[in-house]
Design a protein around this ligand. Structure first.
Ligand code: HEC
Ligand code: HEC
Ligand code: HEC
Length: 137
């Protein structure tokens, strides 16, 4: 006869089966509760990290109000942008000062390139005019 060890208790094979059965019953009840909406599961995914809106310094033409969260939601892949600069606050300005990014590189290679491309394809796009992005307030 198979005998398992569980704390101070000797568990026989038949006891094990009974335990297993009650575990299955509990699991089934739990599944039904979740299905009925009585038990709320944790959200499947955390909201993306990073600020919802970011003001990017835009030199003499004026700062750029960038809706970060909506881009995260629309574009899914963070690397579309963060392959050029890491996920850090004020990194674009810092990289430009350190010569790791040329002025307007992000604007030309990412922002306006994508907006133009989307527009050409007849899709929803962001601004393509200077004033659409740069604000002189
Ligand atoms: C369309 C371009 C774009 C996409 C896509 C994007 N980001 Fe960003 N992200 C930026 C820009 C621009 C900044 C600001 C950099 C700066 O201030 O110099 C930034 C800043 C950040 C920061 C640091 C600033 C803060 O908010 O605290 C984090 C963290 C971040 N992004 C995370 C993410 C994650 C995670 C994703 C994917 C789910 C993502 N980003 C997708 C463009 C993008
Ligand atoms: C889709 C948004 C967008 C549009 C449209 C846009 N810009 Fe920009 N621009 C940015 C962003 C973001 C930056 C900062 C990052 C960089 O330098 O690449 C920037 C940076 C700049 C800079 C500062 C470069 C520096 O570091 O000194 C100038 C000047 C500039 N833009 C001029 C223009 C002009 C002129 C137009 C219209 C022909 C224009 N931009 C259109 C987003 C935009
Ligand atoms: C890979 C594509 C892509 C890149 C890169 C991208 N955008 Fe956009 N952007 C979009 C799309 C698509 C929309 C339209 C979203 C919508 O209206 O649902 C948009 C919309 C916007 C809007 C208008 C939002 C509104 O509520 O009207 C601004 C401002 C903007 N983008 C700025 C930027 C800036 C600044 C950058 C560069 C740091 C950038 N975008 C990079 C695709 C992109």
């Amino acid at each position: 006869m198979h005998v398992g060890w569980s704390g101070d208790l000797i568990v026989t094979a038949s006891m094990e089966k009974a335990l297993l059965r009650s575990a299955i019953v509990v699991l089934a009840a739990w599944t039904m509760l979740i299905g009925s909406g009585l038990v709320v599961e944790a959200p499947a995914s955390e909201p993306p990290k990073g600020a919802e809106r970011i003001v990017i310094p835009g030199g003499v033409t004026g700062d750029v109000a960038f809706p970060h969260l909506s881009h995260q939601q629309n574009l899914e892949n963070c690397d579309i942008c963060h392959s050029l600069y890491p996920e850090e606050a004020d990194v674009i300005d810092r990289f430009k000062e350190q010569g790791k990014l040329k002025p307007k590189a992000v604007m030309n290679q990412q922002c306006t390139a994508c907006h133009r491309e989307k527009k050409r394809s007849g899709l929803k796009a962001g601004p393509t005019t200077c004033k659409g992005c740069h604000r002189k307030d």
